[in-house]
Design a protein around this ligand. Structure first.
Ligand code: TRP
Length: 335
């Protein structure tokens, strides 16, 4: 039996090295397995919840698509599309909203965090909370249930959304299924260890900490400049260094073979200078990234090529979504 694996990326940013190691690389690897039917999409309707800058959303959609393609996503094997190209998703989102308790949404972490912040600031609990933010988990459930995904790889912070998607699917099945499971109950798949790629300062690599290493953005120069800014201790050349004490080792290890990592660690113990260690990391990363960066730049220079591929993806996705939404509408009485 093939497993349908589905995941989405909100289009508000430009992918960095942490996104590559934590999400893009494992997702592409998983998609290459023979028994996996992968659906990857850009959650551009979700982007509107977090970002009201049209230019930023537009650039991000293009950059994310080009990144996934440049990193080796095979559009023949994977269904790769934009959420906003599939009108059945917002249609389903409405139907799901009609079986979702408001109380369930009240418990969503992202919404509760906003309320807590407002209460701490002494303003109305719902100050600045849009209906988009409040019903975020309903749209996400629609993304997943539209294609009856079995497995959904996400970060830790998304686990609750998957639980909600299951609850919503159960309600719908119960109300309208007439004994038939209209929706598959999706399972969450948390990428445990890969999410731990450290940033320049040793904390988790994240845009919000401003400690990222760019993947393609800014080219070879920006990669080198970022590596130069990795924080180390003040041990000088020739002094023995503890490889386990440095996030430089963790970064190196994430992209090296075990043998390369072993040699790198030994060199640090033997007194390799931090400057040399950074050079070694730079060489390793540049060799891995350069061919992908060339593809990325070629794609970014030809937006129509990206668009054509995404339209193929949209057609593939809708070949499933269109008949299924008819079935679902019929089930609720919209025949
Ligand atoms: N909410 C996810 C995130 O912020 C993105 C997303 C939207 C998603 N829809 C999805 C992930 C459906 C998996 C499945 O990371």
């Amino acid at each position: 039996m093939t497993t349908r694996v589905l995941t989405g990326v909100t289009t508000t940013g430009i992918p960095h090295l942490g996104n590559y190691a934590g999400a893009i690389r494992p997702a592409i690897r998983a998609s290459q397995q023979a028994d996996v039917d992968a659906f990857f999409f850009m959650a551009d309707y979700h982007a509107l919840i977090k970002c009201d800058d049209p230019e930023r959303v537009a650039i991000s959609r293009r950059a994310i698509a080009a990144t996934w393609l440049a990193c080796g996503l095979d559009v023949e094997k994977v269904t790769f599309y934009r959420q906003s190209d599939i009108p059945e998703i917002p249609e389903l989102s409405w139907m799901l909203g009609c079986v979702t308790g408001k109380g369930l949404m009240n418990r969503a972490h992202a919404y509760k965090a906003s309320v807590d912040k407002n209460e701490a600031a002494g303003v109305e609990p719902d100050d600045g909370v849009t209906m988009g933010l409040f019903s975020y988990p309903v749209l996400m459930a629609a993304d997943i249930l539209m294609f009856n995904a079995h497995k959904v790889p996400v970060g830790r912070d998304q686990v609750q959304h998957l639980e909600m998607a299951r609850d919503i699917a159960k309600s719908f099945n119960h109300l309208y299924g007439r004994g038939k499971e209209l929706f598959v109950l999706p399972e969450v798949q948390v990428e445990e260890d890969v999410a731990l790629l450290p940033g320049l300062d040793g904390r988790k690599m994240s845009k919000s900490y401003d400690n990222t290493i760019p993947l393609f953005e800014g080219g070879a120069k920006a990669l080198k400049a970022a590596i130069a800014r990795i924080v180390t201790d003040s041990k000088g050349p020739g002094e023995s260094k503890n490889p386990d004490d440095s996030h430089l080792t963790a970064l190196y290890k994430a992209f090296a073979t075990p043998e390369q990592t072993q040699a790198f660690r030994q060199q640090l113990i033997d007194g390799m200078a931090w400057g040399e260690a950074k050079d070694a990391l730079h060489q390793l990363l540049e060799a891995m990234i350069a061919p992908m960066r060339d593809r990325y730049e070629a794609l970014m220079a030809r937006p129509q090529d990206i668009e054509d591929l995404l339209q193929v993806g949209a057609r593939k996705a809708r070949a499933y979504a269109t008949p299924f939404i008819h079935e679902l509408k019929a089930a609720v009485g919209l025949r």
